[in-house]
Design a protein around this ligand. Structure first.
Ligand code: UT7
Length: 389
């Protein structure tokens, strides 16, 4: 058993990627019975990014992951685990995290997806921190990535104006230096599952009728989810602060799930903290589900809103219903400094990982194409196929 005493999980790298295509409220009002005024007043959203053809949850996640590894100055082959928080995976199988692991060239890493919708990033950071503190892994890449535009009913104005696409990532690393992820509190109430739903799955056959009725696209009871969100953001934040042995006044910045500026305003009031200490960037990206907290974190860092030693709360809520909050003592300044030599070494190792990945993929293709048949001693299961046993 490893000696786990004094192990901490620090966030050592961060990065984001959003599609280039921007869709404004004005653009939507050309094709839907909606208006810029309604969307701004009811949600705070001004524009969102929408993935273009050839852009997927995994491809955005790989870009975000690369950016985070660069800040941490870590080459992909050093990663032990990749967790992708998403409710819009590329496929039901294989899992998106494995596509990311391959895309990055993280040859040593395990990989799995985690689907708790908009709470996904907080869940994934909590799991990663637990695995690091427990001594199982030293370096974990956590990515929140979503292609929400692909599960929207684009004729339902009550949902499609709210969501956007993107990816954000953090690297967590083990250290004996106190700090990092200090506490986390996760929760679920499945009785509210129908309030926020994408019916794609094995329970609902994908028939033309189901698609036409909008059953395979997102549906949401906005008012019920609004009530839940304001209550739970307040409760989960208070609980995680208490768990860490701190006071609300010790919190420098709350980085919440970006669903609606009105939710953030109500929660700030209930918590008794100034709205300025609740970070918001949903004006530019809308609700990006599991990607929203890391996208907000990266913007907060870029705006100089986070300094070393600050106490941050990440708080998420959404489909499931699920919710979660993490309290993080931030370990670094807004940018990490590496010497040219350190950067060059990482760059070289990164390229090496890419080359190894390409060779590995080529090898697999050749094996699948059967070109190596007859060259080796054969596979152990040769001769055990149907009718051959
Ligand atoms: O990420 C997961 C968590 N999700 C959330 O936290 C979302 C929580 N919910 C919300 O943010 C809000 O409930 C919404 C933004 C979704 C809706 O705001 P609302 O103030 O609750 O509006 P509403 O649903 O009560 O609708 C008010 C009116 C309705 O018209 P009538 O019935 O009053 O005539 C809607 O049909 O606004 C209408 N409406 C729209 N009008 C113009 C709904 N969507 C639109 C639209 N443009 N896009």
């Amino acid at each position: 058993m490893p000696d786990n005493v004094g192990r901490y999980a620090h966030i050592t790298g961060w990065g984001a990627h959003v599609p280039a295509r921007t869709v404004t409220n004005e653009d939507l009002s050309q094709v839907l019975p909606t208006s810029d005024a309604w969307i701004r007043e009811r949600t705070g959203i001004q524009e969102r990014r929408i993935a273009e053809e050839g852009e997927y949850t995994s491809t955005m996640a790989i870009q975000a992951g690369r950016a985070a590894l660069k800040v941490a100055n870590l080459d992909p082959s050093a990663l032990d685990l990749v967790i992708c928080a998403t409710s819009t995976p590329d496929y039901l199988m294989p899992n998106t995290a494995s596509l990311i692991q391959d895309g990055l060239g993280a040859a040593r890493a395990a990989a799995f997806d985690l689907n708790t919708a908009c709470s996904g990033f907080v869940y994934a950071v909590s799991v990663a921190a637990g695995l690091i503190k427990g001594g199982l892994y030293d370096r974990v890449l956590v990515i929140g990535a979503e292609s929400m535009s692909r599960v929207m009913n684009w004729s339902d104005r009550s949902t499609c104006v709210l969501f956007g696409d993107g990816a954000g990532a953090v690297v967590l690393e083990a250290s004996d230096r106190p700090g990092g992820v200090l506490a986390s509190k996760l929760g679920s109430d499945g009785s509210g599952g129908d309030l926020l739903k994408v019916g794609l799955g094995t329970r609902l056959p994908i028939t033309e009728g189901a698609v036409a009725r909008g059953e395979t696209a997102m549906t949401m009871n906005g008012q019920q989810v609004f009530r839940f969100a304001t209550r739970i953001m307040n409760e989960a934040t208070r609980e995680v602060v208490e768990q860490a042995g701190l006071q609300l006044s010790d919190i420098d910045l709350i980085v919440p799930h970006q669903a609606n500026t009105r939710i953030l305003a109500v929660a700030a009031k209930q918590l008794g903290i100034p709205e300025g200490r609740v970070f918001s960037n949903l004006q530019r990206f809308g609700n990006t589900s599991a990607a929203s907290i890391p996208l907000a974190l990266v913007d907060a860092l870029a705006e100089g809103r986070v300094r070393a030693g600050d106490h941050l709360v990440f708080v998420g809520f959404g489909g499931g219903l699920t919710w979660g909050a993490c309290l993080v003592e931030w370990s670094y300044g807004p940018s990490r400094q590496w010497s040219p030599g350190q950067r060059a070494l990482r760059w070289t190792r990164d390229r090496l990982a890419q080359v190894k990945r390409s060779l590995h993929r080529l090898d697999r293709r050749l094996a699948v194409a059967g070109r190596r048949r007859g060259k080796g001693a054969g596979e152990p299961w040769d001769g055990l196929g149907p009718g051959e046993g």
